[in-house]
Write a protein that binds this ligand. Sequence first.
Ligand code: TTP
Ligand code: MG
Length: 396
Amino acid sequence: MTGERSKAVKNTRKMIHIDMDAFFAAVEQRDDPSLRGQPVIVGGSPYSRGVVATASYEARQFGIHSAMPAAQAKRLCPHAIFLHPRLEVYREISWQIRQLFDRVTTLVEPASLDEAYLDVTASQMAHGSATRIAEWLKQRIREQTGLVASAGVSYNKFLAKLACDMDKPDGLKVIRPDQGEQIIAALPIGRFHGIGRATEARMQALGIHTGADLKATPVARLQRHFGRQASYYLALAHAQDPRPVVPYRPRKSLGTQTTFAQDLIAMDDIRTELIKLAEELVDGLNQRQLCALTITLKVKYADFTLITRSLTPGYRILGQTQLQPLLGSLLQRTNAGRIPLRLLGITASNLRPLHNNDPIPEQLDLFAQPSAQRSESAHPNRSASIRFDWGTEPVP
Ligand code: TTP
Ligand code: MG
């Protein structure tokens, strides 16, 4: 494909970026009318080392912004109202707006709780007018959540997000293909996608302050300083951004593991740890309303050899009743008790939705340890390295 042709193809995409205004703070103001019109700061306590997660637009007038120490925010605006985040509420709203995005296109890429990219190139909605789709979304979001979103519309992700940021709050800004290069030329280098503080400083040191400067820099010079990123930066300087919208789908597996401060050899200790992992895993499955068809046990021996043993029993694993006997037989297929273990992990995969009417079986103790004893027999060596990976993963 020639350069011109590929440029033309890219310019035909239609992209929307949606981002809620002052999200956490706006939710708090929505739910407590006495906070409306007030400088509201959501985040850590100003009397500790907490930071600002977000500030209402009223608070921003005092120079307060995200990631600022809360104590500093308090100095800038002593009468500001500080609130702790209510993540459950924000997650619920995030889910609500994602439902709306899904009505527009399958090509939705959530970028954070309050932000997403939508590729509406193929959408038939509003006769294919991305601007009207963005209007529709803003209106529906307001009706259904009582909150205000800003939207940016353009022909790639970088410009759509830029457009959204340019017109906040309650914005709807369009950057048309014939406007992109001009806007980029004047853009400060620190506002380019992928250019953080450190890269910005290095660009400035090279005399690159704006998009126009970047565009005028020979690729070889950029490559010398920024390696493989150079060509991406140059594409951005030409108002091109080849990144596709990558839709998210529920993750395929859920797992937890523990590395022990001291290797485990006694079977009692190993079983105790495994039961704790099983409890965490089942909690995780229940929270997500999921069950699994496959369970995998991961064991790392003291010499760092890693083995996994899997079982797909032919029934759904949704509680301890199913999980614990499977773990018992998986454990027998390892050298646990003979070779010291440094790590244990379990992963549920082949995940399926758990329907609301599915019974969640009661805990069954197949390792034959009374539950009271179990909770007290926490191994003193257990390091605090439990890691639960939640969330979603991009479609490859
Ligand atoms: P943003 O969309 O970056 O910020 P915002 O929605 O508060 O404000 P804007 O109108 O400029 O979009 O982030 C969304 C939420 O994510 C924000 O309300 C709080 C949270 N957040 C943090 O917890 N820490 C941070 O450093 C940032 C940037 C956001
Ligand atoms: Mg936002």
